[in-house]
Structure formats: structure tokens, C-alpha cells
Design a protein around this ligand. Structure first.
Ligand SMILES: NC(=O)c1ccc[n+]([C@@H]2O[C@H](COP(=O)([O-])OP(=O)(O)OC[C@H]3O[C@@H](n4cnc5c(N)ncnc54)[C@H](OP(=O)(O)O)[C@@H]3O)[C@@H](O)[C@H]2O)c1
Length: 209
């Protein structure tokens, strides 16, 4: 699969390294493809991944991953064209306000993105645990859960498969309306990891009997 990843930071860089090792074709969409941080990410994927502009990465991919700060989303979205029917995986967490894209009460980053980039099939995923866990999502014998929501069943199925390749169990949380809950879950993760001092090697698991 051709996967474009906007942002080669903690989340984008790690997802790209993992999926590249699984044989996917990764193209990072970045502000400066020659930046040392980007070059390091490309080296770590043994140069099987490439880097280009945000616009080119969006155009050349089947699935696009948004892995930039929420505050940057207006600037990023402005560069994205040729999107009809593409899957967009939104990993962002609106932890800081975005004056350009203020969130209405009860709305979510994912729903705002879906509204403004209306050709995409938006799926919220990979936002509910710290990036440092992505390389190893096993907790003993237990697979961490990837909570996924979106309005398109086929898009969610494809994202679930990508999650399973990382080692997650995928949990479908329903339509994109559920993104608000997943973004709140991320705030719970941050609170537990840092304010409560548990540390970042934690993840959520749905228990069932
Ligand atoms: N870190 C985590 O554990 C974690 C977990 C779950 C979700 N998230 C969410 O994932 C997103 C990314 O977090 P992160 O920790 O990966 O951030 P990060 O390490 O700071 O990386 C952000 C990436 O976005 C790029 N970027 C920033 N502004 C941009 C712009 N205007 N246009 C194009 N690219 C831009 C940066 O490129 P430059 O190098 O050019 O600045 C960098 O590649 C955030 O929304 C965060 O809330 C993070």
C-alpha cells in the first residue's frame, strides 16, 4: 500500500518505520525533506521510505496519515489536493487551541478535518497511546488496543489491518462522532503517564468476558 505520512516526528516517523519494514511504500510529506530529523527517519527505514512536500505525499498515496501538531493543521490542509475517496488517518490530539480551526463544544479534531477536507474518508486512530509504545505494543502476552472510529466501513477495515500489522488488537468505536471520546482518552493517557507519574509505557485495553 502507498502510505503518505504528513509529519516525520514521534508518531509519523515511528509508524512509517514499522509499515516500511512490513513492505508498504512510505512517502513522508514534510516542510523540509532535507532536514536532519527527516533524514534520520529515512536512514532508520533503510531508505525504503522517501520524503517530499506535503502536497506530493498527499497526491501519491492511497492512505494519508496526519501526524502533525493540531495547531499546524490549517497550514497542512491548505496544501492537500487530489483527495477524493482517499483514506485519511487522523492521529492528532487537539491538546493546544488552534485559532484557525477552533473546536466547537462537543466537536473533535477529526470531525473538523472531515468537514474541511470533505473528499477524505477520515478514520481516527493511533492517538490514544504514546508514540514510544508503537514499536512494541505487547504488554506481557496482551496486545494493546488501537481504538478506531470513522464513518466508512471499508476505510476502517483497512486501518484495522494496518493496526494489526503493528501488533495491536483493533477496536471499532463506531462513527467519526466517537472521535471526541478517543481524543478525551488521549488526555486520560497523558494525565496518567505524566501528571500521575505512572510513566509513558502504558496503553489501554478493553477487557471482555
Ligand atoms: N507523541 C505522541 O506520543 C503522540 C501520541 C498520540 C498522538 N500524538 C499526536 O500526533 C501528532 C504529532 O505528534 P508528534 O509527537 O509526532 O509531534 P512531533 O514529534 O513534534 O512531530 C511533528 C511533525 O509535524 C511536522 N509539522 C509541524 N508543523 C507542520 C506544518 N505546518 N506543516 C508540515 N509539517 C509540520 C513537523 O515537522 P518539522 O520538523 O518541519 O517541524 C514534524 O515532522 C500531534 O497532533 C500529537 O498530539 C502524539
Amino acid at each position: 500500500m502507498k502510505i503518505g505520512i504528513i509529519g516525520a516526528g514521534n508518531i509519523g516517523g515511528t509508524l512509517g518505520r514499522i509499515w516500511s519494514a512490513k513492505g508498504h511504500s512510505i512517502i513522508y510529506g514534510v516542510r523540509n525533506p532535507l532536514a536532519p530529523r527527516v533524514q534520520t527517519v529515512l536512514e532508520e527505514s533503510e531508505h525504503k521510505a522517501t520524503a517530499a512536500s506535503v502536497k506530493e505525499a498527499a497526491m501519491k498515496s492511497d492512505v494519508l496519515v496526519l501526524a502533525t501538531p493540531w495547531e499546524a493543521i490549517g497550514e497542512v490542509a491548505f496544501q492537500i489536493v487530489d483527495i477524493t475517496g482517499k483514506i485519511l488517518i487522523d492521529c492528532t490530539n487537539p491538546v493546544k487551541p488552534n485559532p484557525e480551526w477552533p473546536l466547537a463544544q462537543g466537536s473533535s479534531a477529526a470531525e473538523e478535518i472531515a468537514k474541511r477536507l470533505s473528499g477524505f474518508r477520515v478514520v481516527k486512530a493511533f492517538n490514544t497511546l504514546g508514540a514510544g509504545n508503537l514499536s512494541d505494543v505487547m504488554f506481557g502476552a496482551v496486545h494493546a488496543d488501537a481504538f478506531i472510529c470513522g464513518d466508512d466501513a471499508e476505510a476502517k477495515q483497512i486501518v484495522s489491518e494496518l493496526a494489526k500489522e503493528i501488533g495491536f488488537d483493533a477496536v471499532d468505536v463506531g462513527g467519526l462522532r466517537s472521535a471526541e471520546m478517543l481524543e478525551s482518552l488521549a488526555k486520560l493517557w497523558i494525565t496518567l503517564a505524566y501528571s500521575q507519574g505512572i510513566g509513558p509505557k502504558i496503553a489501554f485495553k478493553l477487557l471482555q468476558k
